[in-house]
Design a protein around this ligand. Structure first.
Ligand SMILES: [Zn+2]
Length: 325
């Protein structure tokens, strides 16, 4: 018998190795890219053709589209969509259409994501003693009853919670992106359904989220009867004065814009009554911000407003083509 040629197995092995290498270098990346493209296209198409059907504030179905162009584009798959303001004729909310993909928002506000990177630790005081004094005149939060609890939804580095802690409050915070506050304050991962807080804070949060109505309802359920909520957002009514439309609404991070009437409507829907606007004359950035407190109670429903406040603000500021009616 003759033995097989000694070179045959090594030739076969070399061919197999070459094929594996070709597949690893050329074929698999293409397969991976195709799978990823299919996934993102599916998500993207959903985003393109499924913008918020219902108002993110009140859940209403009616909408008025293209009230004004917004800064920034929404990047979905290979499609870069320009954005514009849509208005809700029931609660008066303006919101960006289309919304950024939910996956982009999750990534932006995740731990170590873009928001955290852009907001390194800030140890300065909150807006200042003038704001504290103005708030205390209405709420009297400097002398809490023993065991009083406060929740700051979107607490950032904990500046509000630090202030509350100094006055003797038991402090809780929620923040998906920043964690420095939780060396001093208790972290929660959800608001919870039972009322336990005498005070809740949503300071410059509601403009960032795609579901502000749902968040306000959660905060309403978590607030004890007679407790308070403090809300701060960019000031839509004051747009003709400050003229910073991009700050009020843009495709980047400020997805929803609020007039005082809109916030009053949404707060009433969540069980908060008779909101009071806090004006801080000595705050140089005060005109940009709508700051209000409201009490947990049994509010009467607020009458719908057919976007009057928003349209007046846009027209007086010369933004878009909106006309007041
Ligand atoms: Zn609405």
């Amino acid at each position: 018998m003759s033995s097989p040629p000694s070179g045959a197995p090594s030739v076969r092995a070399a061919v197999v190795a070459r094929v594996k290498r070709v597949r690893k270098v050329f074929v698999r990346p293409v397969q991976r890219a195709a799978r990823e493209a299919a996934r993102s296209t599916a998500a993207g198409l959903g985003q393109v053709f499924l913008p918020p059907w219902r108002c993110p504030g009140c859940g209403g179905w009616k909408k008025v589209r293209h009230l004004a162009p917004c800064a920034g584009v929404v990047d979905v798959s290979a499609l870069r969509r320009s954005t514009s303001a849509t208005g809700c004729p029931r609660c008066g909310l303006l919101y960006v259409t289309p919304f950024p993909p939910a996956s982009d928002l999750r990534k932006l506000y995740s731990r170590g994501g873009g928001w955290a990177t852009g907001h390194p630790q800030d140890t300065s005081d909150i807006a200042g003693t003038h704001l504290i004094e103005a708030l205390d005149r209405i709420v009297g939060f400097r002398a809490p009853a023993p065991g009083s609890c406060v929740l700051d939804f979107g607490c950032g580095h904990g500046r509000w919670l630090n202030t509350f802690a100094e006055f003797g409050w038991t402090t809780f915070g929620i923040d998906p992106a920043l964690k420095t506050a939780f060396t001093r304050h208790s972290e929660l991962t959800a608001v919870g359904d039972s009322p336990r807080f005498q005070f809740v804070v949503a300071s410059h949060v509601l403009e960032h989220v795609p579901n502000p109505g749902s968040i306000l309802e959660q905060l309403g359920r978590a607030t004890l009867p007679g407790g308070w909520i403090y809300v701060a957002v960019p000031h839509l009514d004051a747009l003709p004065a400050h003229r910073d439309w991009k700050y009020v609404l843009s495709a980047g991070t400020h997805l929803a814009a609020y007039s005082l009437h809109c916030l009053t409507y949404l707060l009433a829907q969540s069980g908060f009554d008779a909101p009071v606007e806090i004006v801080v004359p000595k705050d140089r950035k005060g005109q940009f911000r709508l700051r209000i407190v409201a009490r947990r109670g049994s509010p009467r429903p607020v009458a719908p407003e057919p976007l009057t406040s928003a349209l007046v603000a846009l027209r007086k500021a010369g933004v878009g083509t909106a006309t007041a009616r």
